[in-house]
Design a protein around this ligand. Structure first.
Ligand SMILES: [Zn+2]
Ligand SMILES: [Zn+2]
Length: 362
């Protein structure tokens, strides 16, 4: 039996339960979870913004130690330290073979559906979110979703690379491919937004304008490399970004919240030829309107960024290498370390904008 935080219904607190872990399939691995970040997308599932049906074990930003492997597993063995990717890389589908493994057929299907049940309680199957389910002491993941990392990296830091860091840094480095001297605005400075800021800094952006409604998050954004701070509560964010860029606007505007009105704002801050990069996830069914002429007559465009367009087996070890060289911040992302039992409090703190990341430590 393992202890897990189970979502039994939408819009209800998670319940700490003792659940049974099923046997791994031949291509799966049992991971003893050591740490898991609490991400906004976990809360989005509870609130039906990302409607993955319960019962379900949430958590998709986990790191741990491999305990057991299925008979066909070759890439990891018991004792290996791993970060779990919430999009597995099958290595064989059209996307994987084309070099876009973040869009992997089976990976994306499993990430969005969460259909596979690896837990059970009193004969009821319980699914794992995004192929990971790191709100449990032990979980089962596909071996191709296990990214082996160096053992000297603390797992409570490494887990953050599993979602927030990869998604944020990857949006700047892989999706936008920001170049030295270009200008960037980042709307939303939570766990992922801060990482877009530090990704843009790694790329050598000249101006990194952080936009948020909370001064505490903006101050944190400065630590992560923001050159200018805009509080959207006090000033019109679009005007502010424009005036900071000589009236022209930015090369890239990242929206990291998932609110249609903010996506429109991000688009409005672009200079001609600029790109809005959508990282935040709007509620399913929600539409976003734009002035159509802006696309052909100003050459502006909108691009989406899933999981930082990551090739996880290439990118996650690289990010951790940068952390070891003290060129990537992870420690500063952790606002608090908590036991699994405090996961609902972590959701509440996140909604109040009190934390960058709460990390569950088992
Ligand atoms: Zn996440
Ligand atoms: Zn694939």
């Amino acid at each position: 039996m393992v202890k897990a935080a189970v979502m039994w219904g939408f819009n209800e607190p998670l319940r700490i339960d003792s659940v049974k872990l099923k046997a791994p399939r031949e291509d799966e691995v049992v991971v003893k979870v050591v740490a898991s970040g609490v991400c906004h997308s976990d809360l989005s599932v509870v609130k039906m913004v990302l409607p993955i049906p319960p019962p379900l074990v949430l958590g998709h930003e986990g790191a741990g130690i491999v305990e057991e492997v299925g008979s066909a597993v070759q890439n990891v063995r018991p004792g290996d330290h791993v970060v779990m990717s919430w999009v597995e890389n099958c290595g064989r589908c059209l996307y994987c073979t084309a070099g876009d493994s973040h869009l992997c057929d089976t990976g994306v299907r499993n990430a969005m559906a969460g259909k596979e049940a690896v837990f059970e309680k009193d004969g009821v199957d319980i699914a794992r979110m995004a192929g990971v389910a790191s709100f449990a002491e032990r979980t089962i993941v596909r071996a191709t979703a296990c990214v082996k990392i160096a053992e000297e990296i603390p797992l409570d830091r490494a887990c953050l690379v599993g979602c927030a860091v990869m998604t944020g840094v990857g949006a700047a480095v892989n999706t936008a491919k920001v170049r030295p001297g270009e200008t960037v605005a980042v709307f939303g400075c939570g766990g992922v937004g801060l990482n877009v800021v530090q990704g843009a800094a790694l790329c050598g952006a000249s101006r990194i304008i952080a936009v948020d409604l909370a001064d505490a998050k903006l101050e944190l954004a400065r630590e992560f490399g923001a050159t200018d701070l805009v509080n959207g509560k006090e000033t019109d964010a679009v005007d502010a970004v424009k005036s900071l860029t000589g009236g022209r606007g930015v090369d890239y505007a990242f929206e990291v919240i998932g609110v249609p009105a903010v996506i429109q704002q991000a688009f409005a801050t672009l200079k001609r030829g600029g790109k809005a990069v959508i990282v935040g996830v709007p509620r399913m069914g929600e539409e976003v309107g734009f002035q159509g002429w802006s696309f052909p007559l100003e050459g502006k465009s909108i691009i989406g960024s899933l999981y930082g367009s990551a090739s996880v087996h290439r990118d996650m070890p690289r990010l951790l290498e940068l952390y070891q060289q003290k060129r990537l911040k992870l420690d500063e992302l952790i606002s608090r370390r908590i036991p699994l039992e405090a996961v609902n409090d972590a959701f509440a703190a996140m909604e109040k904008g009190e934390v960058a990341r709460s990390v569950i430590v088992y």
